[in-house]
Structures are given as structure tokens and as C-alpha cells.
Design a protein around this ligand. Structure first.
Ligand SMILES: [Zn+2]
Length: 370
């Protein structure tokens, strides 16, 4: 960790402190605080989404280069897998099942990590884990949450905090949140019956170009995964893919997340509603229904005016609705050596964690909590 000697980091941290303080202050003044929307428990978020504690932070393990096939990449793969293995030590009957998709291309070894949500019958005392709710793509539609964990080769030492380490940490938080929902409240029935829908969390490798971005030199992982399982990844089986990218930059709150696709707009609105309910007095909005929609131009065309190239493309072309959570314009540090943990907005990252974990639980349970 090199934050201690860095003036800029202190400066950012001071601003974060001020923001936190103003939130606390507004609570003291009698305004409703963030958690009133639901009784979802985010008690550990400050420990997990933190730049301080090496032991507990689910952000700091990503503070490394993650070039495909490198020892640093293998280490982060092990960290992600270990994180889910630890989650499997729960008393809620949640079982995350990992699929590793390894392949070699252009002289590099790539690995996608796919975690699917399953349930075991915690009341049955047998060693053979009995699935209550096996992933069955023929029966039900699924939600995919995804981000890429690889980092750019050039410039040397590029960390890619915003691109897309923070998005990966947000995915880990969502998994943690789902696994540890408080069964003392009204969630017992979720675990008894399983969620209505399925969930897959994907960490893509090889999103970045190895040399220069073009159709053949980019999104290696997502292209490979879809071509390996064409019967699974298509519009018939997947109801929605949420792709997180470039979230959590220090200028995050000045950027706009647009609704890029008409067929996922209903979910965009839903996420906007979640944000407004969670943060009714938020001065800035990460998702907002009053931001203009790229696809609904004057002619009311339902086609996107342009398509941002990213890991969703192979899924999009197979008819899967995409909610692409990527800001425009891109953050200032995008693809520069400054895309490191000195240029992040942890308040914003925590907001994304709360919004997306709430959205996901509501979606999986197929009901809206009030
Ligand atoms: Zn990138």
C-alpha cells in the first residue's frame, strides 16, 4: 500500500470524510437516513468497501495489475474464488457453484470465473448436498451480473481501479449481501422456497485489447464464454444482463449513466426507483430518470444511436437485454496511469453496492419490498 505518502489521496480522503460528515449531519437534523427504504442490513459495508483494512477490504486485493495469465491475475482469481468458498459457509442454505472457463488465445491464458446461485436443503442432514433450486436454464430466465477483472497491459503498472476493479468489488459485495440476508426478518421464506429467478455473477478476463482495440483484439472472455455455451447464453434463457464498467471514479457523480437500450429500459427505471428510495435526499443521482435517453431520440427510435463496445456485445447480439452501467463521458482517468485507488469515490461505490444488491434481491424474489 502506498497511499500513506500520497498527498492527493489524503486530499480525496478528506473530501470523502466531509461528504460522510454531511450525511451524518443531515441525519441529525431530522432527515430520513439511507436505510429507511427497507430493513436490509448493510452493517459491514464500511469494513468491506474500504481502503483501510487490508484484512477485511474487498477493494484492496484488486490493487494490482491483472494482465491475463500473469501471476497477479492468478492471485486475484484465487482471491475471488476463495471469497465465494467462504460465503458457502453460511447457515442460509446458499451454495455458490463456480465454473472456470480457461482458454488460450494470441499466446495468452485467459480465465472467466462464473458463479451461480444455488440452494441446499439445510434441514436435510446428508452429505450429498441436495439442490433445491438447480440452475435450469430450460425452465426459468436468469439474471447475469458481470464485470471484467483483467487490466490493460499498457501503460506499464496500470491498475484499473475504475476499469474495472471497483465493479468487481461491487459484485463481491452483492454476493455477500445475498448470502447473508437476515433470516430473522421476513426473508426466511426466501430460503425455504428459493428465489424465483436464477442468478449468475461473471468475472470476465481479457476485456482489454492486448495491443490495439478492434473486433479481434478485445473482449476475449465474453466472446469465448458465449461461444462455449450457446444453448445457455441467449435471449430465451437470460432475462437481463447487468454489465458494470468504469464505476466509482472520483468524478463519478458528474457523469451520466444513460439508458442505452429500449428493451432494458424497464430495469433502468427500476434501478432509478431503488436509488430514489434508498437515498431520498441525495443531492446527486447515479441513475436518474431525468437524464436523457440515448435510444429515445426525436424520432422515437428504439434503436441505440450508438453502441459502446464492451463485454455485453456477444450477449447483446444473441438477444439478451443489457443494462449497461457505464458512465458517459468516461471518467477522466480512463486508460491512464492515474486510474488507481487514489482517484476513486468510495461514497459512490457504496451507493452502487446498496442499489445493486437491493435491486438484485428484489429481482430474484420477483417482488418489490417497500
Ligand atoms: Zn478499459
Amino acid at each position: 500500500m502506498q497511499f500513506g505518502n500520497n498527498k492527493e489521496w489524503y486530499h480525496n480522503y478528506f473530501i470523502i470524510f466531509l461528504i460522510s460528515f454531511s450525511i451524518i449531519a443531515s441525519g441529525i437534523n431530522g432527515f430520513s437516513h439511507d436505510h429507511e427504504y427497507s430493513h436490509f442490513n448493510h452493517a459491514n459495508i464500511d469494513k468491506l468497501i474500504s481502503l483501510k483494512s487490508e484484512q477485511e477490504s474487498i477493494i484492496l486485493p484488486f490493487n494490482t495489475t491483472r494482465i491475463p495469465g500473469s501471476k497477479e491475475s492468478i492471485k486475484i482469481q484465487e482471491y475471488i474464488t476463495f471469497f465465494f468458498e467462504q460465503l458457502n459457509n453460511n447457515s442460509n442454505g446458499i451454495l455458490w457453484v463456480v465454473t472456470r472457463d480457461n482458454f488460450k488465445e494470441n499466446g495468452y491464458n485467459f480465465t472467466n470465473l462464473v458463479f451461480s446461485l444455488n440452494y441446499v436443503d439445510k434441514n436435510k442432514n446428508n452429505n450429498k448436498k441436495e439442490f433445491l433450486h438447480m440452475q435450469d436454464y430450460k425452465k426459468e430466465k436468469s439474471l447475469i451480473l458481470a464485470a471484467h477483472y483483467d487490466s490493460k497491459i499498457d501503460p506499464p503498472g496500470f491498475i484499473g481501479a475504475v476499469d474495472s476493479a471497483l465493479s468487481c468489488s461491487i459484485l463481491l459485495y452483492i454476493a455477500y449481501f445475498i448470502t447473508n440476508l437476515d433470516t430473522q426478518n421476513d426473508y426466511t421464506h426466501i430460503y425455504e422456497n428459493g428465489f424465483v429467478k436464477n442468478l449468475e455473477i461473471i468475472f470476465f478476463d481479457g476485456e482489454e485489447a492486448l495491443k490495439k482495440w478492434n473486433d479481434d483484439d478485445s473482449i476475449y472472455g465474453s466472446k469465448h464464454l458465449v461461444s462455449k455455451y450457446p444453448g445457455k447464453y441467449n435471449g430465451k434463457n437470460i432475462e437481463l444482463m447487468i454489465l458494470l464498467d468504469l464505476l466509482g471514479s472520483s468524478d463519478d457523480e458528474d457523469l451520466s449513466i444513460y439508458s442505452y437500450f429500449a428493451n432494458s429500459h424497464i430495469f433502468y427505471e427500476r434501478l432509478s426507483t431503488v436509488e430514489k428510495k434508498l437515498f431520498p435526499f441525495g443531492k446527486t443521482k447515479l441513475i436518474s430518470d431525468n437524464k436523457s435517453f440515448i435510444w429515445s431520440s426525436k424520432k422515437n427510435t428504439k434503436r441505440p444511436v450508438f453502441v459502446l463496445e464492451d463485454d455485453h456485445i456477444p450477449f447483446y447480439t444473441r438477444g439478451i437485454p443489457i443494462l449497461h452501467l457505464i458512465p458517459l463521458p468516461f471518467p477522466k482517468t480512463w486508460h491512464t496511469i492515474d486510474d488507481d485507488f487514489n482517484h476513486v469515490n468510495m461514497t459512490s461505490v457504496k451507493k452502487w453496492c446498496k442499489m445493486l444488491s437491493t435491486f438484485t434481491v428484489e429481482y430474484l424474489h420477483d417482488r418489490l419490498f417497500e
